[in-house]
Design a binder for this molecule. Structure first.
Ligand code: GTP
Ligand code: MG
Length: 684
């Protein structure tokens, strides 16, 4: 197998809205680079990237897939990602493995929600960005309008690097050889606009350009990379993944214009934990110590666990010993792979910029840093912000005795997917799985069924309400016990006060003069925490408050941990009674995709559910997205409701936005339910 140096590598994530054509485009690129004989189609389930049986059934990518294109002495590692909002976690993860985010735009529909989010995400993480307008062959597309809307949405730095010509039968180059006519604007003008934009990042070249009126493509290379890196230029190119127009030209853009790993912005790492962590950037040199980041983990039914990582620094071979995070013992790589969809190809070595994989190393987890020396212990990559999954279903095994197998399956699935989780509610004994939408959770249930051979029944889960306080108050308690031998003594004074929404819980030790000795402060906090977990109104965990312990008493002989735990708990309960506690409910942002004809019903329905519509958007001809803010409790059973309103054509996803107080009648009802259930428990 040919070897590629770091300079000969490119890394690109294809991101963008569902059905914009990313998987089809990957297929066209593989074909154009000579990696496959013929391009498959999503409809026939014959693509390299949508290889999973569930993907073939849904006609959507559900997971990111990795391929490589060897073309013109360059290897491009390409990640095809899902665009459906339910599976956005996979796209976010992929952005951590690449220099360039290539955002695919469907020419039929223009800028859509996920494209928008990905452009912002990529900018925030300082990735180079490329816009690819796909489906230029489709009927009723207005390409000048699409280009204008890209500039409106993402700025004047979005400039075409090629343009459709001959009625969309080919594209003309606007950068290297600007000649000929395009379908809708001047090639010469497009070329000028590009050069003007690029020279702005290089004063010397700007002077030459103003003097001579022209600069060569070679002179432009370094400033071009700089402009990409600084977000000063976002090239736009046109393709039809279906008939191949512009695909070879896109490959040339990858090879000639996209940054190699030494030309991109190196990613941010941290060494150390918490506030003491120091920032640093990896250096993409093959001779340095290894730093690789696991951005994806797959449990493959045939090869077992596969850890997929991007190498940011150093060289990995089959003989390399790698540590996983802080583990003391290394593992030997043994077999090193690069991926082509579901196929693994063994490779002798991987250098900075490579995306590679190892199989059957059980300790490898998503987001782990792999390294080859203890000098690199305690290194983490800047954390990714994944949406909080809110769409939940309570599950129970269909067959008795399946509990363990279900729990194993769910652990494997949630280890792959940071937007999927399982919770066990100790008060209701419910096991709840949570994802970003019904399609997401349904796909997990399908996978449990087909891959892990377990079946579960489902029902709507209890809502994760929270509690907080609305007033400042003071609390006091003395714990004193004198039974036979040594006694127990502890006394605590504390203050509670509300914090802003989302600030969580703070515990402050303001005790002066050692009236509560230092070693007992954790005991006081423990007592407070016990109450925090079970709430003051209706049995829900409390948040957004501060507890300050400011006074107390101890006894030289009788003070014990248990005494301060108990005094802390009682003092906190005392304060809560006066602090006007309330119940908070989760408010979620929902994105509903439905046929245009159902839009009126959907928006009316949302408004009737104490919800608020925040926007509507046309997705593709006849299909719209409706966005809104709705209390989660109002969405129980919404999947069925949407199914009946839209005749099965609708789907929705949601993520946590914030918490808000529930209306007084709901609070009263929750408090009563809680009291009744407690009463019953005591009787039992
Ligand atoms: N006319 C036309 N249709 C295309 C083109 N590219 C893709 N399609 C069609 O668009 C639909 C969606 O294509 P996919 O490749 O699955 O889109 P995707 O972006 O991977 O979708 P997700 O995986 O859901 O994010 C399919 O029916 C394709 O055949 C194109 O260039 N022209
Ligand atoms: Mg796809």
């Amino acid at each position: 197998m040919a070897k590629f140096s770091t300079e000969a590598l490119r890394t690109v994530a294809l991101v963008g809205h569902g059905a914009s054509g990313k998987t089809t485009l990957t297929e066209a690129l593989l074909k154009a680079a000579g990696m496959i004989q013929a391009a498959g189609t999503v409809e026939r389930g014959s693509t390299v990237c949508d290889f999973d049986p569930i993907e073939k059934q849904y006609l959507h990518s559900l997971r990111s897939a990795i391929v490589h294109l060897d073309y013109a002495n360059t290897r491009t590692h390409l990640i095809d990602t899902p665009g459906f909002p339910d599976f956005i976690g996979q796209s976010i993860g992929a952005l951590d493995a690449v220099e360039t985010a290539a955002v695919v735009i469907n020419a039929q529909t223009g800028v859509e929600m996920i494209a928008n989010r990905m452009m912002n995400w990529a900018a925030k993480r300082k990735l180079c960005r490329l816009l690819i307008v796909n489906k230029i062959d489709a009927e009723n597309v207005n390409l000048p309008r699409v280009l204008a809307s890209l500039q409106e949405a993402f700025g004047k730095e979005c400039l075409p690097i090629n343009l459709p010509a001959d009625g969309g039968k080919r594209v003309v180059d606007c950068f290297f050889n600007p000649a000929g006519e395009s379908d809708f604007s001047s090639v010469e003008q497009a070329h000028r606009a590009l050069v003007d934009q690029v020279v702005e990042v290089d004063e010397e070249l700007m002077a030459v350009y103003l003097d001579k009126g022209e600069v060569s493509p070679e002179e432009l290379h370094a400033p071009f990379e700089k402009a990409l890196r600084e977000g000063h230029l976002v090239p736009v190119c046109f393709v039809s993944a279906r008939n191949g127009v512009g695909v070879k030209e896109l490959l040339d853009v990858f090879v000639k214009l996209l940054p190699n790993p030494t030309e991109g912005n190196p990613p941010l790492f941290y060494k150390g934990e918490g506030e003491k962590a120091e920032e640093f950037r990896s250096v993409p040199e093959p001779k340095r110590h290894v730093l690789a980041h696991v951005f994806k983990v797959v449990n493959d039914p045939y090869v077992g666990k596969l850890g997929i990582f991007r190498i940011h620094q150093g060289t990995v071979t089959k003989d390399t010993q790698l540590y996983i995070g802080e583990e003391r013992k290394p593992f030997k790589v043994g077999h090193l792979f690069i991926l082509q969809g579901k196929d693994h190809v063994e490779t002798p070595e991987a250098v900075p910029g490579d995306i590679a994989a190892v199989a059957k190393i059980d300790e490898i987890e998503f987001d782990a840093v792999l390294h080859d020396s203890h000098d690199e212990d305690h290194i983490h990559m800047r954390p990714l912000e994944f949406p909080t999954p809110m769409y939940g279903l309570a599950i129970a095994p269909k067959k008795r005795g399946d509990e363990q197998r279900i729990s194993d399956a769910i652990h494997k699935i949630s280890a792959e997917d940071p937007t999927f989780r399982m919770e066990h509610d100790a008060t209701t004994h419910e096991t709840v799985i949570r994802g970003l939408g019904d399609l997401h959770v349904r796909s997990v249930l399908d996978r449990m069924n087909t891959q892990f051979k377990v079946e579960v029944s489902t029902r709507p889960p209890r809502i994760p309400f929270r509690e907080t306080i609305t007033a400042k108050a003071e609390g006091h308690a003395r714990h004193k016990k004198q039974t036979g031998g040594a006694g127990q003594f502890g006394e605590v004074y504390l203050r509670v006060e509300p914090l802003a929404r989302g600030e969580g819980f703070q515990f402050v030790d303001a005790v002066k003069g050692g009236v509560i000795p230092n070693q007992f402060i954790p005991a006081v906090e423990k007592g407070v925490q016990q109450v925090l977990a079970s709430g003051a109104v209706a049995g829900y965990p409390m948040q957004d408050l501060r507890v300050t312990v400011y006074d107390g008493k101890h006894h030289a002989v009788d003070s014990k941990e248990v005494a301060f735990v108990s005094a802390g708990r009682k003092a906190f309960l005392d304060a809560l009674e006066k602090a006007r506690p309330i119940v908070l409910e989760p408010i979620v942002t929902v994105e509903i995709i439905c046929p245009e004809g159902n839009m009126g019903d959907i928006t009316g329905d949302i408004s009737g559910k104490r919800g608020q519509i925040t926007g509507t958007n046309s997705l593709s001809p006849g299909v719209v997205t409706v966005s809104g803010l709705v209390p989660l409790s109002e969405l129980n059973g919404y999947a069925n409701r949407l199914k009946s309103v839209t005749g099965g054509q609708g789907s929705y996803s949601m993520e946590l936005s914030h918490y808000e107080p529930v209306p007084p009648n709901v609070q009263a009802q929750l408090a009563t339910e809680y009291k009744t259930s407690r009463g019953q428990q005591e009787e039992d």
